[in-house]
Design a protein around this ligand. Structure first.
Ligand SMILES: NC(=O)C1=CN([C@@H]2O[C@H](COP(=O)(O)OP(=O)(O)OC[C@H]3O[C@@H](n4cnc5c(N)ncnc54)[C@H](OP(=O)(O)O)[C@@H]3O)[C@@H](O)[C@H]2O)C=CC1
Ligand SMILES: O=C(CO)COP(=O)(O)O
Length: 321
């Protein structure tokens, strides 16, 4: 059994190398031939500093075998297109990407079911690639098919994998925390206010859990590594692209120009479109996500957004909805 990692950005590359060092057979697919060549010839990648890469890279999707585990590590908005291009169906999919598809509002598990119909698992949690590359202690959760076997194969002395049964909750938590992290970055850019940041993270996980409840997610998941754990790291880490994007917006940079010029994916900026649409259809109250949407796509001032969130009608902290 071999892992075929689809995506040679920072996380795909580091995860592929982790698997290789765990003794697994791995191949890393890069969209561009020059990235595959660079990895094979110089054992480095522009996406990750100071890591020697010994995994073999390819940019040929046809190298996927039907016995492979396909690991998804590409931007969510391009997953459907790449799965549709596969000439063979893998034995199973392990998803690392975090987001919702804009045009359908679907999670990756739903896209995989529609296109491949094969077994599926998702791995998520506070796991910035830059720290995993340095072998710093990291804990994540894995939900879905063959969870125990994957847990055993992926875990090592610095990467600890827990299992849980809630695929829906893990996917929703990973997707929506990126939206809240943009808001956290906005607060950092406005002045780095500690009270406001703590309130945002707390109300943010509550907002994510409320969204998740509409899709049958287990509320416990949002208190775990894929929920509050990943939300905390993304809202506070210097490595987070979502947090940094928010910070630059608050400092006056144009959101669209930032997205156009970014070499790395800011998933929350896209997922927020799907979240706002679903929330509107299903009448789910998502005040933070809606303000993030207005700032990115409606030209609203971040300061005004923050003021409007504070002016909402007064209510109980844990209200039924
Ligand atoms: N970085 C991290 O710490 C973590 C990331 N994730 C998630 O993993 C996923 C991948 O992120 P990450 O590895 O960080 O990626 P990066 O942002 O580091 O790099 C972007 C990657 O996406 C590729 N890409 C861009 N456009 C397309 C396209 N149209 N089709 C296919 N590939 C494309 C790029 O290829 P090219 O070089 O050719 O432009 C590059 O490999 C995201 O969903 C992210 O949220 C999850 C956990 C941790
Ligand atoms: O998901 C991540 C860490 O767990 C990565 O977050 P960013 O995409 O914001 O860097």
């Amino acid at each position: 059994m071999r892992f075929f990692v689809l995506g040679a950005g920072s996380w795909g590359t580091v995860f592929a190398q982790l698997l290789k060092e765990n003794g697994e057979e791995v191949i890393l697919w890069a969209r561009r031939k020059e990235i595959a060549d660079l990895i094979n010839n110089s054992h480095t990648s522009p996406y990750i500093d100071e890591m020697e890469i010994s995994v073999r890279a390819t940019n040929n999707l046809d190298e996927l075998k039907s016995t492979d585990i396909l690991v998804i590590a590409i931007p969510v908005q391009h997953v459907r297109e790449h799965l549709s291009r596969l000439s063979k169906k893998p034995s199973m999919v392990l998803n690392l990407s975090k987001g919702l598809e804009i045009k359908t509002g679907k999670r990756i598990s739903e896209i995989v079911k529609e296109i491949l119909g094969c077994p599926y698992a998702v791995l998520s949690g506070p796991s910035h690639a830059e720290e995993v590359a340095r072998k710093l202690p990291t804990a994540v959760t894995l939900a879905g098919d063959n969870a125990r076997e994957l847990q055993r194969r992926i875990s090592n002395e610095y990467f600890r994998v827990y299992t849980c049964e809630d695929v829906v909750g893990v996917e929703i938590a990973g997707a929506l925390k990126n939206v809240i992290a943009i808001a956290a970055g906005i607060l950092d850019g406005l002045g780095g206010w500690d009270n406001a940041k703590a309130a945002l993270e707390t109300r943010g996980i509550y907002e994510i859990a409320r969204f998740g409840r509409h899709f049958g997610a287990d509320q416990k998941t949002f208190m775990g590594l894929a929920g509050i754990g990943d939300l905390m790291v993304t809202c506070n880490s210097k490595y987070s692209r979502n947090r940094r994007f928010g910070e630059l917006i608050a400092k006056g940079f144009d959101p669209q120009k930032l997205l156009e010029s970014s070499h790395q994916v800011v998933e929350g900026a896209f997922t927020v479109k799907a979240v706002v649409k679903k929330a509107d259809e299903l009448e789910i109250d998502m005040p933070i996500s809606e303000e993030v949407y207005r700032v990115i796509y409606g030209g609203k001032s971040p300061f005004q957004s923050m003021k409007d969130l504070m002016k909402r009608s007064l209510k109980d902290e844990f209200w039924a909805d």
